[in-house]
Design a protein around this ligand. Sequence first.
Ligand SMILES: [Zn+2]
Length: 427
Amino acid sequence: MTDTAETVIANAAGLAEFIDASPSPYHACETVAQRLRVAGYTELAEADAWTSDVQRCFLRRAGSLIAWNATGTSGRGFRIVGAHTDSPNLRVKQHPDRVVAGWHQVALEPYGGAWLNSWLDRDLGVSGMIAVADAGAPGGVGYRLVRIDEPLLRVPQLAIHLAEDRSAVKLDPQRHVNAVWAGGSAPFVDHVAAAAGIDPADVLGFELMTHDLTPSRVWGGDGEFLSAPRLDNQASCYAGLAALLGTEPAGQLPVLVLFDHEEVGSTSDHGAGSDLLITTLERIVATEGGDRADFLRRLTGSMIASADMAHATHPNYPDRHEPGHPIAVNAGPVLKVQPNLRYATDGRTAAAFELACRQAGVPLQRYEHRADLPCGSTIGPMAAARTGIPTVDVGAPQLAMHSARELMGAHDVAAYAAALAAFLTPR
Ligand SMILES: [Zn+2]
């Protein structure tokens, strides 16, 4: 199926390029938007009236995006792939400038469950969004994406000779992840604005964050691995996009929804706890001439695949994994099951994804977390509760989740995209 994708080739090199183009949730949405446009999709605004003449559509709310293809669908349910655009990182505080021991520093704050040790001693760039005074924009505020791919910042580690305990690195998120920078005559945010071509006097607000400048890399004797930042969860954004663009609707209406804020609980105006998905589905039905009862009927035939990364069994820590559920890289997508509903999968939706994998001709691995360890979650349970649509949690296997640099199997990219494509277009 991936050969037919007009703009997205579902392989590891394609994913590496996608990730390197997308250092922040805003950039992830922009990267997806560019590829959707190339494939003939039209961006809609929520404030506008929609008509049925455009059928391949997408819209954005801040760092979230939803896309759908209404061509050739027949009033049956929706098939939805959901993922998240945000990843743990270090973000710039509102008053970041300080001088300590003669060093110019930029105060950073961890976002989400960042593995802080992995951010030390890396050359860091800065990206995100700056809100500026713009008389022509709604409310007088315009939004500019900014991105500096120069080594602006670095969080230096303590010398081992100065550590209290050489066997364990203990990092305090308030004191130990501030960056050093070269400083200068201007405050840090003014420097970033000026570098992005924005008059610092026009800056009204910002969301700025750091990214490791090391490019993503396919490696291994046979190119079987991919090391990259933000695999959780841009690998799922990418596989979902490849799935949407690589298939034609087969009765049910395929939707791709990419939410910001999953790593911090999804409770915002555009996270998975928001009305973004459900109101968009209702408007799609209304645009096709349906009423609210038609919309509610369409929901009953719908299903969501919450696509987020899964834990491969770690060779240095095999005891941290449920022994009866080993997960290998380059061995197919993963069904994630957690009976206490940290994952949304149930028997009905597990069956639907098993069928999708059979349709795609890829093997399916089944993951359960150790019962004696706390389990992370996904957008799955939240999206299911918000919409009333049965949901399955799935993913591709990786190591080092929430590190600044993660690892996955290169061959899993195509298999993951193929499974999601089959889920979007069940036979
Ligand atoms: Zn995730």
